[in-house]
Design a protein around this ligand. Structure first.
Ligand code: MEV
Length: 363
């Protein structure tokens, strides 16, 4: 019997990756063509929680999983957040941004089989880890019968079949904790855009803001097929920044200017202006040292096929790139990317679906 299902979309960073780790702004959008799903089903009494990562062919028993096993961590945090009784340090801290529920042990442990599937390519800059965590937390929060409730939980116990409201800010905090296991020192942009499910202007440590999209625009996403560790890319940039702080601060400042120019162009309904900004952002990321020949080849192929601009997206050194296309160029650019070796191509249109509701929910 299925008890709860949670889903979360992937994302791409339009502008600002890496510089966002150093306090500069970034623009990121959800990509709803790809998503992660977690399904919680009732299991045999005494089985405890078993997580089945279907795409990886991996089965994890919660009671034996290490505190830093990301899927188990997502389940422990979610259980603490919905108010399950148990032992561990984190229950009272949920929602404070300082979670430490990774050692949370539900008592009694529910008997669940949690199946996880995802169409988001792993380690490719599309937020697969964050989306899987968000899907797990949403599935557990959507259970129609919560385990014995904890009165200290910020989320009200479930009293009927209505899924409990899970504030995006709470979800974002939970996902951030698991992101730290994957990435060490994430800026928070990935968990934010995935938890809010809206285009977001993000500055580390500040409340996320929506950004205005005056006119829809289309991007083509091309995957190099090379898996790349965000942790390693971020550590490498930090090493270089430590060696040449003034140069890297100037590069991050340049990216911040590009982000602000892009935000203004989008608000003014002039998305065509994003093309040259993407080209420039890519050049700065090359200087920072996070591009690679395969990303440069896809960026070049997209431009040659008529894209208005292109850049890598995410941590770089593999993963995905994005290209801005005017309607009729999308098919040409998508074909050119496939011919240049992209293992997967997604065409997605970003719409102005952001209203005051988002600001309300961001608080
Ligand atoms: C990864 O999607 C984006 C980076 O800027 C890292 C981060 O923001 O934590 C490279």
């Amino acid at each position: 019997m299925t008890l709860g299902i949670g889903r979360a979309a992937g994302k791409v960073i339009l502008f600002g990756e890496h510089a966002v780790v150093y306090g500069r702004p970034a623009l990121a959008v959800p990509v709803t063509q790809v998503w992660a799903e977690a399904r919680v089903e009732a299991a045999a009494p005494g089985s405890g929680v078993v997580i089945w990562a279907a795409d990886l062919g991996e089965e994890i028993a919660l009671r034996h999983a290490a505190a830093d096993q990301p899927l188990a961590a997502a389940v422990r945090l979610a259980l603490a957040a919905i108010g399950a009784q148990g032992q561990g340090s984190g229950k009272a801290e949920v929602g404070t941004g300082r979670l430490s529920a990774l050692d949370f042990r539900p008592t009694p442990e529910p008997d669940w089989r949690i199946t996880i599937r995802s169409t988001i390519p792993i380690a490719s800059g599309m937020g697969s880890g964050a989306a899987v965590t968000a899907a797990i937390v949403r599935a557990i929060a959507a259970l129609s019968v919560a385990p014995t409730p904890n009165p200290q939980s910020p989320i009200p116990p479930v009293t009927d079949a209505t899924p409990p409201p899970l504030a995006p800010a709470v979800l974002s905090d939970l996902v951030y904790e698991v992101e730290r296991l994957y990435h060490g020192t994430p800026s928070g942009v990935d968990n934010t855009v995935i938890a809010y499910g809206q285009p977001v202007y993000f500055v580390r440590g500040r409340r996320p803001e929506p950004f205005t999209i005056g006119r829809p625009f289309t991007i083509v996403i091309g995957d190099t097929g090379i898996r790349s560790s965000t942790r390693i890319a971020v550590e490498e940039v930090r090493r270089r920044w430590t060696q040449e702080p003034a140069r890297f601060e100037a590069l991050f400042d340049r990216i911040a200017q590009i982000v602000e120019a892009a935000r203004a162009a989008l608000a003014a309904g002039r998305p065509e202006q994003l093309g040259p900004l993407m080209d420039e952002n890519h050049a700065v990321l090359q200087e920072i040292g996070v591009s690679c020949p395969e990303l440069d080849a896809l960026v070049g192929a997209a431009r040659a096929a008529g894209a208005a601009g292109a850049k890598l997206s995410g941590a770089g050194r593999g993963g995905n790139m994005i290209a801005l296309v005017a309607g009729e160029a999308a098919a040409d650019v998508a074909a050119a990317l496939a011919a240049a070796g992209a293992t997967r191509v997604i065409v997605t249109t970003i719409s102005p679906a952001v209203g005051p509701d988002f600001v309300q929910r961001a608080i």
